[in-house]
Design a protein. Structure first.
Length: 268
């Protein structure tokens, strides 16, 4: 008897699982998005920055401690944070600190200097002076790797001043009377309702002298300037400042940016 051979039902060859194909497309989309984000970031740095590789930080107005920048001035924390951010940014090769300030408090200058030294340890920091960079603003500037100023920039004015106002004569004429209860004899020192005593004046002078000595010693160390050239506290034109090493070169912001690029290239 003829035997009918057993046959197995035919099945198509197994293909890729549906979930495997979906995963591949998901990965392709993710990689594409990452590439697009990278392109957008690069475009932002190239188009959004007028000076690729150089970050311009502005220190404009009266200097005091704090985190602010407005029409009245600028705070040390605000400037310092910008310096540190630029120092830590891998897209930034050099920093230009654009200075246009009459100065401010010694404490504010000291805080900015600390952050500038942090930045200088990582990349060049070049100073570009505008209309004015005097007193505490010069204190900060002296710590730059290179200083540019315009011929008629006002700079220098290295010194410390403490002003007291006495309107007691006017108050007496107007019939005002002030009574003070205090814990120590100098507690109301500086009150506008009376003049300084001899002892208070001597104490104030001591504080000013100590602050000035620290200020001028730091500046003459950073810049190798003769103390006698700046000890009188006068304002000095940029063109004359170059002659006594207060400033390195005459030039505007663009010159400072080019100088910062040169310094960055020389360190590569």
């Amino acid at each position: 008897m003829a035997q009918i051979p057993e046959t197995s039902p035919a099945f198509p060859a197994p293909g890729p699982a549906p979930h495997s194909a979906g995963l591949k497309w998901f990965l392709v989309i993710i990689v594409g998005l990452i590439l697009m984000i990278g392109v957008f970031i690069a475009a932002f740095y190239i188009v959004g920055n007028e000076h690729p590789g150089v970050k311009v930080v502005r220190m404009e107005g009266q200097l005091s401690t704090g985190d602010f920048s407005d029409a009245t001035g600028v705070g040390s924390e605000y400037v310092g944070n910008q310096l540190r951010d630029a120092a830590d940014d891998p897209m930034v090769e050099a920093i230009v600190l654009r200075v246009d300030s009459p100065g401010g408090t010694p404490a504010a200058a000291e805080e900015i200097i600390s952050d500038m030294e942090y930045a200088k340890a990582k990349k060049p920091v070049v100073i570009s002076m505008g209309d004015m960079a005097t007193s505490a603003a010069y204190y900060v500037s002296a710590h730059g790797d290179r200083i540019y100023a315009d011929p008629d920039t006002f700079t220098g004015a290295v010194g410390v001043i403490w002003t007291f106002t006495d309107i007691s004569g006017w108050m007496k004429d107007e019939g005002y009377n002030v009574s003070v209860v205090k814990s120590g004899e100098k507690k109301d020192m500086g009150s506008t309702s009376r003049s300084l005593t001899t002892d208070e004046r001597e104490y104030a002078q001591q504080i000013v002298n100590e602050s000035f000595d620290e200020f001028i010693t730091d500046v003459t160390t950073q810049r190798m300037i003769a103390r006698s050239d700046i000890a009188d506290g006068r304002v000095i034109r940029g063109a004359d400042a170059v002659k006594i090493n207060l400033v390195d070169k005459l030039g505007n912001l663009n010159d400072a940016i080019e100088g910062a690029k040169e310094l960055a290239d020389s360190r590569k």
